[in-house]
Design a protein around this ligand. Structure first.
Ligand code: GYE
Length: 363
């Protein structure tokens, strides 16, 4: 028990240090409420036992996902006192439910879920609850059940609102009065897709922009390319903005537009907006291919491990933790945006002009 507590405490300290060192991975704020202590199996386990954690990951669809997996695997290492069972659910919701049920059957100490879609969770979370296994949710949200202890992730609606607020100011700056927009959405039913879609649409509706079409590219490069190829055929000459809900879709969209002879980015005919701001995405912002990239921070592993360590030590944890996420732009003409965020507050946030140093510091 003593050894376990020492492990847990040293992990908490390591996490605090890591969080101080890299500013984008510092949680911005803790949201509503506080979850009770888990009374976990690990906390009552014997001396040198590792804490077993089952992680049902979405899949391997994007650069963001690769960074997320690495972050969780590093944080839940054996050296940090964990035995991590990692399952790549390959973007298959049924497989993800099965993975969670297998974790329950194995009687792991904790379950971590990055939910592919936001609904369909209450039954399996009730089963975990009945088995006394605390569940921590990361990244995407679960919207039809509150039977989890804690969540750490991003405010996806704010990402969409910020993208819309930037587009409004950018169009005004460039004297573009009519915006005809094509959207390539992420995986249908994921909270990332829902939030980014709704946030951006709110600004589009308020400003009278036309969203010509909005289809899913499933957060993959291949998906983004396919959707953009069909958009180029159907809407050639009719659009001047493309919004991709992640960087990998944007890479596919770039290829499709190049093949169709359509120019995009800073010197092009089409404004290209993206989300995630991974290294390759910011490289394209620096090159002027993507005009603006709204970060979603995947480095959630240390925060999640911190939550598990606190629960194992019998401490209480916050029900929600939001990641801090900057907005990146290719040109330095605009330095900030002001918009009403999802909580109803008017906020003014900086726009980070991308330089090589910014790319080098990216995930
Ligand atoms: O934006 C995308 C990934 O859930 C926030 O999933 C995540 C999204 C991310 O495939 O690249």
């Amino acid at each position: 028990m003593k050894k376990f507590l020492a492990l847990a405490l040293s992990l908490v300290m390591a996490v605090s240090l890591a969080a101080c060192g890299t500013s984008p991975s510092t949680p911005a704020a803790s949201g509503s409420g506080s979850a009770g202590s888990a009374g976990s199996a690990a906390a009552s386990g014997s001396g040198d036992q590792l804490i077993t954690v089952g992680f049902a990951q979405v899949g391997h669809e994007s650069d963001w996902r690769t960074a997320s997996t690495k972050s969780v695997q590093e944080a839940f290492s054996k050296d940090n006192g964990f035995d991590l069972q990692f399952v790549d659910c390959d973007n298959d919701s049924a497989a993800q439910l099965e993975a969670v049920r297998n974790f329950i059957e194995q009687d792991v100490d904790y379950i971590v879920i990055d939910p592919i879609v936001s609904t369909g969770w209450d039954t399996v979370l009730t089963e975990a609850d009945d088995a006394g296994i605390p569940v921590i949710v990361i990244d995407r949200t679960i919207d039809d059940s509150d039977k989890y202890i804690s969540w750490v992730g991003s405010e996806f609606t704010n990402e969409g609102l910020a993208a819309g607020a930037w587009l409004k100011d950018y169009a005004a700056l460039k004297g573009i009065s009519e915006l005809n927009i094509l959207v390539i959405e992420g995986t249908t039913g994921s909270s990332a897709q829902i939030g980014r879609t709704n946030g951006f649409k709110k600004l589009a509706d308020e400003n009278g922009w036309k969203i010509i079409d909005s289809q899913s590219g499933d957060f993959t490069q291949e998906g983004g390319q396919k959707v953009m190829e069909s958009y180029c055929k159907s809407y050639a000459g009719q659009f001047n903005v493309v919004v991709c809900q992640n960087d990998n879709e944007a890479f596919g969209a770039e290829d499709a537009m190049s093949a169709a002879g359509i120019s995009y980015g800073v010197d092009g005919d089409v404004i290209l907006i993206s989300f995630d701001a991974c290294t390759a995405g910011l490289t394209d912002v620096l090159a002027g291919k993507i005009n603006a990239d709204f970060q979603c921070n995947p480095l959630q592993g240390p925060f999640c491990a911190d939550i598990v360590a606190k629960l194992a030590a019998g401490d209480t944890v916050n029900k929600e933790t939001y990641m801090e996420e900057p907005w990146y732009v290719a040109e330095d003409a605009l330095t900030e945006i002001t918009y009403t965020n999802n909580a109803g507050n008017e906020v003014t946030e900086p726009l980070v002009h991308v330089t090589q140093d910014v790319v080098d510091a990216a995930y």
